[in-house]
Structures are given as C-alpha cells and as structure tokens.
Design a protein around this ligand. Structure first.
Ligand code: WQD
Length: 347
C-alpha cells in the first residue's frame, strides 16, 4: 500500500515526501523534471534513509500513468504536479490549462480506473483573488486574477463536481499561502530555474552575492510600511499539513473539504528583509520600484479550520524560515547543481 506523490521532486514534493516517509508511509513519486532535478531525490534518501519508487514521466502520459497504477498498490494520491508561475501563466495560458487541468483530469481518470478515491490537491491562496478582508477563511468568495490561479480554481470546481457524481471520494484541496524556507538539514530547498520570481529565493541570492539587489515591488500599498503583506509558512509545516490531510482521508472521511495552510500572521516585504538581515548578518540592498501587476496588498490566512479539523497548525516562525532558507542557500549556491543519473526505482 502506498501514497502516490505527483510532482514529487519539486520544492513542496521533496519536503512532503520526507515527512510522509518519516511518518512511516510507503511512497511512489513521479515527476517530469520540468522545474526540478533528480538530485533532489537523492537528498530525500539521504535525509530519511528510506527507499521509495520514482518514475520520470509527465502526468498527461496515460501509458506511463497506467504503469504506475498497475505496478503499485496506491491508497491515496497527493497531487502536487503543476505549473505555478503567475507571470508566466499570463503569457502562456494554454500551457497552464493543458498541463494543470488536462493533466489533473488524466490523473483522476486513472485513479477512478484503479478505484483510488482519496486525493489531496495542491491548491493555492490565489483562488481567493482580491479579498478586501483579512484574515481569509475557506468560506470566502473564490475568484481568479490570472490563468495560474484560474487553473487551480477550475480544478477545485472539477473535484467538487466529481464528488457530486460519486460520494465515495475523499478530497482535500490544501490552499497554500506563501511557502518559504527549507528542511533543517540544508539538503533540500527552493531551487528555482533562472532568476527567482518569488521573494525569499531572491533575498537569499542577494544575500549570497549571486544577485546584486532586491527590487521591492511598490511601497504605496495600504499597509503599515507600504509594501506587500503575505502569510509566509515554513515549507516543513506545509509538508506536515499534507501528512495530516492523508491521515484524515485514510480514516475514511469523504467529501470535498478545503483547508488554508498558513500561519495566520502577515509580514511585509520590508519586515521579511529586515528579519533576514538579522538572522543572516548580511545586508540586503534594495530599490523601491513600481508595483508588480496582479499583486494584492495584503493576503494572510485564518488557519482555524485546519487546526480544528486536521489537528494541524504551523509551528515554525519567521526567524526559523529565514535561518533555514539561508542554510540551504549557503550549502547549495547553485541549487541542485549536480544532476546524477539515478535508478528509476528505489525499491
Ligand atoms: C511576495 C511579496 C511581492 C519578489 C506567489 C503566487 C502564489 C504562490 C506563491 C504558487 C509580494 C513582493 C516579490 C520580488 C518583491 N505560488 N516581491 N520583489 O506573489 O504572494 O505569491 O507565489 O503557489 O500562488 O501568487 O509571492 O514571493 O512572488 O511575492 O517586492 O523580487 O514580495 O510584490 O508583495 P506571491 P512572491
């Protein structure tokens, strides 16, 4: 019996796989390495000393997907595979709809064929769109402001319709706020291709000298210091949220229940920069520039529902997120630079 982790070699994928293995689950992973590297899988083994099975494939490849489900007894699926760059999605909407939505439908159809009806889905706070009230609760209105967010919202709606058609399904969309940081070992972390889109990997690369300075996207928002406020959550806390969701599904809970994975606390861009400078001892030079199109002023979670129903709450604070992100950066200045030829099966 095993948990299938789609997108298993990605930033959230490897951290979630580590916590699943630590919790005693057998896991099977697949990934197409479109935004990750095989080296990350070696690190998962180094951290856990646990075997797992990995398949290099794209989730839209029905034949390879059939192999995964026929060669393994899958209990439940944690579906993380997907494209996730907001800016890129605006320029290439069809790439996002084909990969994220077509891919998810292909996966669900294979799950149905093998009678696997337990699914944890990687959703995003982006499905809340432009909210005028914070903190944000799961019953707030849903809207999308870009194709990436729309793909996540559409998939949530597809999953709700799937449950209406068959009430044996247990489905948990997890709405991530802003995952940052890295595993305490410094062996796995965020390794974006090219210049980082997101704030924390940009900060760590400025701190290490790899990039010259931060560009702060606007300081005229209606926030205490004028810069954007977000709910940053340690990626290990996020990973542990997935373990709790799987526990709930394995206990037999059906239906579609979405949960916010956030800390419930917002920090501004300048607060994060200041905290990082304190923990790293490095100065982060920055220049204030224009707002980034599509950004909201403030976004942070009300995490009560996850606490009450999943028994989960974030434990790690902003300082620990910065310390762990910095350790990852200085130990791996170029991310997972060595791409080793890996056995495709680890069992
Ligand atoms: C955070 C804050 C920026 C970079 C996105 C996706 C979301 C999720 C997380 C996938 C904002 C500011 C950033 C920089 C800056 N991704 N910033 N200079 O946009 O909140 O969320 O990533 O699931 O779906 O929307 O994260 O890290 O890009 O930005 O000033 O170089 O930092 O304006 O206020 P965001 P982010």
């Amino acid at each position: 019996m095993a948990i299938l982790v789609t997108g298993g070699s990605g930033f959230v994928g490897v951290h979630t796989s580590v916590e699943l293995l630590n919790a005693g689950y057998d896991i099977v992973m697949f990934d197409n390495f479109s935004n990750s590297k095989p080296e990350a899988l070696k690190r998962v083994y180094e951290i856990t000393n646990k075997n797992f099975r990995f398949y290099e494939m794209d989730m839209r490849d029905k034949e390879k997907l059939e192999v995964v489900f026929s060669e393994n007894t899958i209990d439940a699926v944690i579906h993380l595979a997907g494209l996730k760059a907001v800016g890129e999605s605006v320029h290439m909407p069809l790439k996002y709809y084909d990969n994220n939505i077509h891919g998810t439908i292909t996966l669900i159809e294979m799950m149905k064929k093998y009678n696997v009806k337990k699914l944890v889905f990687s959703s995003s706070a982006t499905v809340y769109g432009l909210q005028s009230i914070v903190p944000i609760s799961e019953n707030f209105s849903l809207e999308a402001t870009n194709p990436y967010g729309r793909s996540k919202l559409m998939i949530e709606e597809i999953l709700r319709d799937l449950y209406i058609s068959d009430d044996e399904w247990g489905i948990i969309p997890l709405r991530y706020f802003n995952p940052i940081g890295a595993h305490e070992s410094g062996l796995i972390g965020e390794s974006p291709n090219g210049v980082p889109n997101n704030l924390m990997p940009y900060i760590t690369q400025v701190a290490s000298g790899k990039l010259k300075e931060m560009l702060v996207f606007g300081n005229n928002y209606p926030t205490p210091d004028g810069t954007g406020v977000r709910d940053y959550i340690h990626v290990t806390d996020l990973a542990l949220g997935h373990v709790k969701a799987i526990e709930r599904l394995m206990a037999g809970v059906t239906g579609v229940n979405a949960y916010n994975l956030g800390t419930g606390r917002g920090y501004s861009v300048l607060e994060l920069i200041e905290t990082f400078e304190e923990v790293s001892g490095r100065k982060i030079p920055y220049t204030i520039v224009d707002r980034r199109p599509g950004d909201v002023a403030i976004c942070y979670a009300d995490p009560t529902k996850a606490k009450d129903e999943l028994g989960w709450a974030a434990q790690r604070g902003i300082e620990e997120m910065c310390i762990d992100a910095w350790r990852w950066q200085i130990n791996n200045p170029n991310g997972y630079e060595s791409v080793l030829e890996l056995e495709r099966s680890w069992v």
